[in-house]
Design a protein around this ligand. Sequence first.
Ligand SMILES: C[S@@+](CC[C@H](N)C(=O)[O-])C[C@H]1O[C@@H](n2cnc3c(N)ncnc32)[C@H](O)[C@@H]1O
Length: 275
Amino acid sequence: MAVEAEVADHYTTGGLFERIKAALKANGVDPETATPKDLKPVDEFHIGGVAATSDLLNQIDVKPSMHVLDIGSGIGGASRFVASATGCTVTGLDLTPEFVETAKALGKMVGFDGRVNFQAGSALDMPFETDSFDAALLLHVGMNIPDKPRLMNEARRVLRPGASFAVYEVMKTNSEDIDYPVPWANTPETSFLATIEEYTTAAEAAGFTVIATRNRRTFALDFFADLRAKLDAGGPTPLGVHLLMGETRAIKVKNMVANISSGRIAPVEMILNAT
Ligand SMILES: C[S@@+](CC[C@H](N)C(=O)[O-])C[C@H]1O[C@@H](n2cnc3c(N)ncnc32)[C@H](O)[C@@H]1O
């Protein structure tokens, strides 16, 4: 199977929208009247959840008149958050059909029709015209993409000159192999971690200037410690990103925390500017 088909297969767990609705009900929320905030435990599929998205967004200037692209938008949590926080329009693009369908259904459920749109497609061959967007986001996607130069070239192509590109990626922080499975891959065959230097080289070659880089290791470890404490105190909650991770969810999270704790990987922010 080609890499992209394998990646989409990895993220497809089946019946996702129905399982999210059932988990909302189990949480005491009627899906008919659910708000965007009610979805936060499940719809931000990256380390740190909505706090991480908010921290990233605070570093770029997004105005209500802007059209923002969310590359690898998953089930759309970051797209909806950015649209709500800034009043802008967001288009989310993702490889996994079940995620795109779920993102659309969730958006409709919480009243986002129109201002946030989702479509299926690859970050390496985006179905958009040159200079289409005023800003872009990339949250925890590049680790499934082997060709970082092509990813950066495509992002640069669809962004207008002067646009911000806010990146929040799991990156390699030493040369040791990591433990699998992890949330983005069951084996090394679909995991393509790169270093900050490799992201920087690809971004600069594509025509971006690096404005800021921030390693979020401590933030990540605090986030997982807090999650652990909540689990220990109250047991698992029905609604969470575990719904997106299939049968091996517990070992995936355990390995990711161990990989970060041991210094092999870390989530890293990069704020880029299209020249
Ligand atoms: C860990 S999830 C993160 C989703 C979302 N950015 C978030 O933070 O909630 C990784 C996402 O990247 C998408 N993805 C992986 N490779 C991709 C590619 N080549 N093009 C578009 N999306 C891709 C997957 O389908 C998946 O939805």
